[in-house]
Every structure is written in structure tokens, then in C-alpha cells.
Design a binder for this molecule. Structure first.
Ligand SMILES: [Cu+2]
Length: 402
């Protein structure tokens, strides 16, 4: 990561640019990617188009007398693929996460009595707001801000010098156990769980059956072996999950559990699903993108977001307290990357939002607006959705993905 402090994004990507995509008025960019391509290659082509588009608009802004000061491609932070980090940089990130899992909580004890650590502060706000930040108009921007605030905590409170890495969902789909994110080595985010006999998981509002993997118990290897969670779980999708929390205030110390699933990665992390939400039919409007990424559960379609949670299995399948799994952040950075790719390629739709204020609109509520507030509790000051729409907006976001 240190390498990138001295080298700008422009310099880094200068060697791999494709022809710039014109910022035309159509809602779907004209990008031709072979549907039979490997999804990693397809994603790399999308990334090149995104960068070319950003570079073009950056150049336009610089010529404008109203050019915003502060954030530009030249000084934006760069979030990278975990697989592209050096082992030393991976270890620096792991060390910072372990630090946050040790520092004392700052949350008000009457509000979050189960929170013990700074890491728990992030779990607590997510658990408390679960019904109002998922399956609705806040989902994408609230989680964008959540990841940003976590990245800030790692840097400011735990001395981390890098930026939030992401787990490329489309890598190692044949065998997720071989992914450098999950291979259980000392430079991974921990391996599979211990074997725990159970009868699969139910994902997507419990409508979609997922077969058991070879885990299900405590993370058995790597830096997060037997790592402790204190809050939740309330409603894990994995069958046979015992030691459930009574409610969100219940202090429930236990290990974090996983059941890695290559069934999920093979079935859902495909070129077709990637292209559909970025340049295909489901990319044309924000509402279509948002719906498809989240999943269409009654249709048996898990969607990219939920697929990431069920690839990890165990604690990560609890809608409330999935944050307990330390790989949650690499997963949500990848979701944010897909959102960023989609936004850059669809400028006319990029600043729109869709959905109401409640989970699947239950109970019924009004449509969210870009002036609705994003509450992160003690983790960051409350901001508006509009402040989170542009990762290069400088309010306060200033980052890109590589
Ligand atoms: Cu969430």
C-alpha cells in the first residue's frame, strides 16, 4: 500500500487505459464485453472504462472556473483488491482490525449494553438500525458511509496507513477456500469454520435453500481463529445455529462462525450476473440496479450482495450482526465498488435513489430522498444521502477502486 502514497491514480492506470467512453446521454453505455469471458477479465474491462470516464470528467472539471478544490483523481485514496496487496500490507490491515477488536467501546452503555470494543460499536449501530438500512432507499449509501467510517477508524485509532481493501467476488469462484481472503493463512481474513454438522442455510428472506459446506463452526485458522463476537446473532440463515442472542441488547460472547460456500460463488458470481447489473438490462435505471444487486428472492435469485454473505456463511448470514465477521468489510467494499462502477457508467441515473425508509417497505413508509439522514452513531457524524453519492465528492468521500 505504501507504494501508492507516492504514485497517483492517474500514473498507476495510465498504462492500461482503453479508449475513453463518451459521456453521452443514453442510460446504458456502449461497452462490448463477451458474455463468455471470465468474470475477472470482464470486470477488468469495466474497470478500465470506468477509469477512462473518470479521467475525462476530471479533465472537464479542471477546465471549469468552478472546479471543486480538494478531491480529484490525482489525490483520491485507492482501495485495492486484497489479492493485489503485498503480504506486508495485508498484515498491516489485519493488525489494525485486531486493534479495533481490542480497543474499548465508545457507545453509550444504556443504548448498546452489549458493546465491549470499538469494533462492537460498528456492530451495534448496524444491529440497531437493521430494519431501516436494508432493502430500502438507504441501503447503498448507508453502507458506503459505514465502510468509509470503519476505514477512518482503522487509520485514526489503530495506525493503519492504507485504505479499505475489497474481496473480488469473481476470483476463486471454483474453490473459495483457495481465495487469499479466506485461505486460512496468516495473511488471510481467516479460513473456514470447524466442521459443524447442519442442514444447510436458508438465504434471501429464508426463501432460497443453500447446501452446507464443510464448516459451520468457529473460524479454525488464520489471524481470526476463534475471534470473539459479543452482539447477536438474532436471525442467522445457517441451520442449527445455537447460542442465539435474546435481542440486540444481549451480551452474547462467542466465537465467529463460518461455512464457506463454493456452491454460492459458482452459482451467482458469474459474468452474466456482473454484466447484467453494470451494462446490461438491470443497469438501465437506479431502481433496476438496486433491485437486482439486492436480489429477487421470490424468484430464487440471491443477488450479488446476499451471495457474498452466504459465501461466508455462519455469522455473516445474520442480517443484523453480520458485521461480526471481519471479512464483512471486504465484502461491502466490493459491493460499493460495483455501485461505483455502475454510477460512473450511468451518469444520468447515478444521483438517484430508489426505495422507501423501511425493510422491504414493511411497515409501509414514504420514499427515501437524498436529503434523508445517515446515522452511524458514535462512529461518524450524521450525513445526508446526497453527501454519499459521489466517492470523489470530497464531502467527505475521496476515493476510487483499482
Ligand atoms: Cu448491512
Amino acid at each position: 500500500m505504501r507504494l501508492f502514497h507516492a504514485v497517483s491514480a492517474v500514473q498507476l492506470l495510465a498504462g492500461c487505459l482503453v479508449t475513453a467512453v463518451p459521456l453521452d446521454s443514453s442510460s446504458t453505455p456502449d461497452i462490448d464485453i463477451d458474455p463468455a469471458a471470465n468474470p475477472i477479465d470482464a470486470l477488468a474491462v469495466l474497470q478500465q472504462h470506468v477509469y477512462a470516464t473518470l479521467e475525462q470528467s476530471d479533465a472537464v472539471e479542471k477546465r471549469s472556473p468552478k472546479a471543486p478544490k480538494g478531491c480529484s483523481l490525482a489525490n483520491a485514496s485507492i482501495r485495492q483488491d486484497w489479492e493485489h496487496l503485498s503480504k506486508a500490507d495485508r498484515k498491516a490491515y489485519i493488525k489494525a482490525v485486531q486493534c479495533l477488536r481490542t480497543l474499548p467501546s465508545k457507545s453509550d452503555k444504556s443504548w448498546a449494553p452489549a458493546a465491549r470494543t470499538r469494533y462492537d460499536d460498528f456492530v451495534a449501530i448496524h444491529v440497531n438500525l437493521t430494519q431501516s438500512i436494508h432493502g430500502n432507499g438507504l441501503f447503498l449509501t448507508w453502507h458506503r458511509y459505514f465502510v468509509w467510517a470503519y476505514e477512518q477508524a482503522l487509520r485514526q485509532e489503530c495506525g493503519y496507513k492504507g485504505y479499505q481493501p475489497y474481496w473480488n467476488w469473481f476470483s476463486h469462484t471454483d474453490d473459495i477456500h483457495k481465495s487469499p481472503v479466506f485461505d486460512g493463512s496468516d495473511t488471510s481474513m481467516g479460513g473456514d469454520g470447524e466442521f459443524f454438522a447442519h442442514n444447510g442455510s436458508l438465504g434471501g428472506a429464508k426463501l432460497i435453500a443453500i447446501p452446507s459446506g464443510n464448516g459451520g463452526g468457529c473460524i479454525k485458522s488464520g489471524p481470526f481463529k476463534n475471534t470473539q463476537a459479543n452482539i447477536g446473532p438474532m436471525s442467522p440463515g445457517m441451520q442449527g445455529f445455537d447460542h442465539l442472542a435474546v435481542d440486540i441488547t444481549d451480551y452474547n460472547p462467542r466465537c465467529v462462525r463460518r461455512d464457506l460456500s463454493s456452491y454460492i460463488t459458482k452459482k451467482w458470481f458469474t459474468t452474466a450476473n456482473l454484466l447484467n447489473v453494470t451494462v446490461g438490462a438491470a443497469s438501465k435505471t437506479h431502481r433496476l440496479f438496486w433491485t437486482e444487486v439486492q436480489g429477487r428472492y421470490p424468484d430464487g435469485f440471491l443477488g450479488l450482495h446476499t451471495s457474498g454473505h452466504y459465501t461466508m456463511g455462519g455469522d455473516a448470514t445474520d442480517l443484523y450482526s453480520s458485521v461480526n465477521d471481519p471479512a464483512f468489510w471486504l465484502h461491502h467494499a466490493m459491493l460499493d465498488r460495483i455501485y461505483w462502477i455502475w454510477q460512473t457508467l450511468h451518469p444520468l441515473e447515478a444521483n438517484k435513489i430508489a426505495g422507501t425508509l423501511t425493510l422491504q417497505n414493511k411497515p409501509p413508509s414514504r420514499d427515501a430522498t437524498i436529503d434523508d439522514l445517515l446515522d452511524l452513531g458514535v462512529n461518524a457524524k450524521t450525513m445526508k444521502i446526497r453527501d454519499m453519492l459521489n466517492t470523489l465528492g470530497g464531502t467527505p468521500l475521496c476515493y476510487i477502486y483499482l
